[in-house]
Design a protein around this ligand. Sequence first.
Ligand SMILES: Nc1nc2c(ncn2[C@@H]2O[C@H](COP(=O)(O)OP(=O)(O)OP(=O)(O)O)[C@@H](O)[C@H]2O)c(=O)[nH]1
Ligand SMILES: [Mg+2]
Length: 363
Amino acid sequence: MGIPEKIKEIEEEMKKTQINKRTEHHVGLLKAKLAKLRADLEKSTSSKGGGQAFEVRKGGDATIVLIGLPSVGKSTILNRLTNAKSKVAAYAFTTLTVVPGIMRHNGADIQILDLPGIISGASSGRGRGRRVLSVARNADLVMLVLDVFQPGQLKTLLHEIHEMGIRVNQRPPDVTINRANKGGLSVTTTCKLTKLTPATIKGIMEVYGVSNGSVVIRDDISDDQLIDVLSGSRRYVSSVLVLNKVDLVNNQYLDAVKKEIGEDFVPIAAEKDANLDQLVEKIWDTLNFIRIYLKRPDGEPDFEKPLILPAGSTLMDVCKRIHPRFTEGAKYAYVSGSSVKFAGQRVGLEHVAADKDIVTIMR
Ligand SMILES: Nc1nc2c(ncn2[C@@H]2O[C@H](COP(=O)(O)OP(=O)(O)OP(=O)(O)O)[C@@H](O)[C@H]2O)c(=O)[nH]1
Ligand SMILES: [Mg+2]
């Protein structure tokens, strides 16, 4: 039996199986087998078809991709937020390739990539969908764009990006796996697991060829999350949901859409420039950056060009960003801002910086 037939067989069996406490173990193993077979199939076919990957050079402090069905207004959004001029038209598949633009905000250069629209089945190759979605795999943030008249498209978008191995707004599960050649598999957990039993963990790991070694689990993970870890190819990115063309509806309609979507979104009318400030703020909050103003010992802080770093960065990270070699002579720092008790406080390089700190590195 070939891989596609095996996949079909397991899919059939999953359809027939009711999911409950009694079948959990069985279903977990089926899911693992299916995920493994799909990955194997992809490996054997990825050389064929699908066409060449889009050429994208990442640039700036972060990369955002616009994902949505055709004609929802992705290119209009790009043109409004950046200096780019992507073609806008009332017919589907206006955009045929990647169009980059740069948005300057709070001293950061944020790259935004406009992409062709995707359709249902994109992750299995429809409409060159895999090429589009593989760009999203390398993004820091995915902007999911919906048309105000088609909020139900959210399900399609989430399904397609999930199928491409992209996990939105999730942390990578805290699981460490060490493989060995003999001695069986030891399972250690540092918290109570409510969704997995040791037997299911072992079974799923065996599907991925891990029968010996150890696994340490520090999160209350599900079977899907364990499979994600074992597959080793998942991408964890944040996302922002946008509802475009709200100029075409009234408040009553919008309230109904809110109920239908059931999660947080930013309502905009890109073409009318409506509510784009709120969208930019949402993007900024989601990227979770801090700005560091550098100050030389004898100079003024540089408020024009802050260093942009992920929240939680230390002063050592600041040094590395200035220059990889800069860490060598760096000894301590003076900091003013919300991460310290008083202005000009002397701290070690392990100090965690905060947004808008003014930092002087001493060597
Ligand atoms: N009323 C209204 N129309 C909009 C808005 N934004 C975009 N449009 C219109 O929607 C149509 C599609 O816009 P595009 O920006 O080309 O959409 P797209 O998502 O890039 O489409 P593809 O490249 O084909 O995937 C155009 O006719 C736009 O003028 C909006 O906020 N309000
Ligand atoms: Mg377009």
